[in-house]
Design a protein around this ligand. Structure first.
Ligand SMILES: Nc1ncnc2c1ncn2[C@@H]1O[C@H](COP(=O)(O)OP(=O)(O)O)[C@@H](O)[C@H]1O
Ligand SMILES: CC(C)(COP(=O)(O)O)[C@@H](O)C(=O)NCCC(=O)O
Ligand SMILES: [K+]
Length: 231
């Protein structure tokens, strides 16, 4: 059994990989005796991660930190300074490169930030963009203006806003949709596969016909990173 940990800027996510299955798990009730190794990726604060690594130590579980590289198994990173690329973005690219081989893809991960990455059928990462996540966009406005307010029940939609919470939430969604449309222009005429992950992935995937949603994309990339680097 393999423990996979993804530390973002909002939350630490943990899953257990066993016989080809990746299942979310509770870090407070981990089956340490059955865990053979701990693989982790961290872009956020890592207090909780350090506690887990200490526990792994106590149980003699070897730990491996995923790192970005210039190239991995045919996947090429766009960044000259590849160690500046968010490891979560690299892992999502590894997962997409593995699961959609020889395809032009656009990878969108919506977390604290929304990241958009463009990948060619030849495995060349062309680069991408970093946007505020949907909640960060709405919060930045409600917290920095007098009269823009949100409410808890208004849904995100691409409709024109006819009240303030509509205008606020739909603005965040259409700005994000627009960025994805811009990404498609960098693969013009190639009909890229769109893959969405993260908290608002289902909402965004629904805006694009033929797009797919994979809640475990980063975790699949983390597992694949380990296989490519340690076998
Ligand atoms: N189940 C969810 N439903 C709606 N929004 C979510 C959900 N999970 C996460 N989010 C959004 O994504 C943000 C953090 O999600 P997460 O993927 O854990 O981020 P990170 O990877 O940055 O830690 C939240 O602030 C919220 O905006
Ligand atoms: C953009 C991110 C903060 C997204 O992380 P998350 O929303 O999962 O917390 C992360 O990919 C990151 O720290 N990137 C480093 C800068 C870069 O990718 O260029
Ligand atoms: K993330």
């Amino acid at each position: 059994m393999r423990l996979l940990i993804d530390v973002g800027n909002t939350a630490l996510k943990a899953t257990l990989y066993q016989q080809g299955e990746i299942k979310p798990c509770d870090v407070n009730t981990l089956p340490w005796p059955q865990i053979n190794e701990l693989i982790y990726a961290c872009v956020g604060k890592s207090d909780q991660l350090h506690a887990l690594l200490a526990q792994a130590n106590l149980h003699n579980v070897p730990c491996f930190e995923a790192k970005v590289s210039k190239e991995l198994g045919g996947l090429q990173c766009a960044y000259q300074h590849y160690d500046n690329l968010g490891i979560d973005r690299w892992l999502a690219l590894i997962a997409v490169f593995t699961l959609w081989p020889q395809q032009n893809c656009i990878v969108v991960d919506t977390g604290t930030a929304t990241t958009i990455d463009v990948l060619t059928a030849q495995g060349q990462h062309l680069g991408g963009w970093i946007l505020p996540g949907l909640d960060l966009m709405t919060r930045s406005l409600t917290q920095n203006t007098q009269r823009v307010f949100d409410d808890q029940h208004t849904e995100f939609s691409n409709q024109l806003g006819v009240n303030t919470p509509n205008g606020l939430k739909n603005g965040a969604l259409v700005a994000t949709i627009g960025a994805v449309e811009q990404a498609k222009l960098h693969l013009s005429g190639k009909k890229p596969q769109l893959i969405f992950a993260g908290g608002y992935a289902k909402l965004l995937q629904a805006q694009f016909s033929g797009a797919v949603f994979d809640s475990q994309l980063v975790m699949k990339g983390l597992n694949q990173w380990y296989l490519l680097n340690n076998k």
